[in-house]
Design a protein around this ligand. Structure first.
Ligand SMILES: *Cc1c(COP(=O)(O)O)cnc(C)c1O
Length: 221
């Protein structure tokens, strides 16, 4: 059995039924994705639109492609035809562009609002208050080709488990407040290779795992 398949099965065996595994395949070759696909994995996450498009073209068509990285507005058009879920939506402007491109393909694109939960400054995301304003806004209610289905967050890169836990709890409580306004929300995307068990304890319904499935990434090539 390949190690990718073993890794997948190990993670899946630990997951409660309500948690979806997004296999983060960025930088990895098609052959690795196909190994995961042949082991039954159907949800893949990429953080660069160009790379996701290339992989979409080469892989079987029953895959759900998730865009988990920061999205530049001028590139939304390249993925609008096929993307299943965009995790990193952090402004009304971006949401409007996704709506516009989705409309061209006569579809509705599901989106997550990325919430800034980490202490560190480098992470993208909206404040909980801005997310609440957005979801309650008339602007959003007028967008018929996007659907906000939940939230996404990234914890600070640290070994301090109690800090990570605090940040995950912040995302869960933000989700609860948003859901009180819009009951259709059902996704909390949080947890990566190093912290997905903790994320699940804190209420995650979707984990994004790369290196624990595919091995460490090499960015030099
Ligand atoms: C790369 C990436 C992941 C996966 O990270 P691993 O530590 O390899 O599991 C998850 N989420 C986002 C947004 C990423 O960019």
């Amino acid at each position: 059995m390949s190690s990718i398949k073993e890794n997948l099965n190990t993670i899946l065996s630990q997951l409660p039924e309500h948690v979806t595994l997004v296999a983060v395949s960025k930088t990895k070759p098609i052959s690795d994705l196909m190994t995961a696909y042949n082991a039954g994995q159907r949800v893949f996450g990429e953080n660069k639109i160009q790379e996701m498009v290339e992989k979409y073209e080469q892989m079987p068509k029953d895959i759900e492609w998730h865009m988990i990285g920061h999205v530049q507005r001028n590139k939304v058009k390249y993925m609008a035809e096929f993307v299943s879920l965009i995790h990193g939506v952090d402004s009304l402007k971006l949401l409007k562009e996704i709506n516009k491109q989705a409309k061209k393909h006569n579809r509705t694109i599901d989106c997550l609002l990325q919430i800034k939960i980490a202490e560190e400054d480098s992470k993208f995301g909206m404040s909980p208050d801005d997310a609440l304003d957005l979801i309650a806004s008339e602007d959003y209610s007028e967008l018929k080709n996007v659907h906000i289905t939940g939230v996404m967050g990234m914890a600070t890169f640290t070994d301090n488990q109690s800090q990570i836990e605090e940040e995950f709890k912040r995302l869960k409580s933000t989700f609860d407040k948003l859901k009180a306004i819009d009951n259709s929300l059902h996704i909390i995307s949080m947890g990566m290779s190093g912290d997905y068990q903790l994320a699940i304890e804190c209420g995650s319904t979707m984990i994004r795992v790369g290196s624990s499935i595919f091995g460490s990434r090499n960015y030099s090539n």
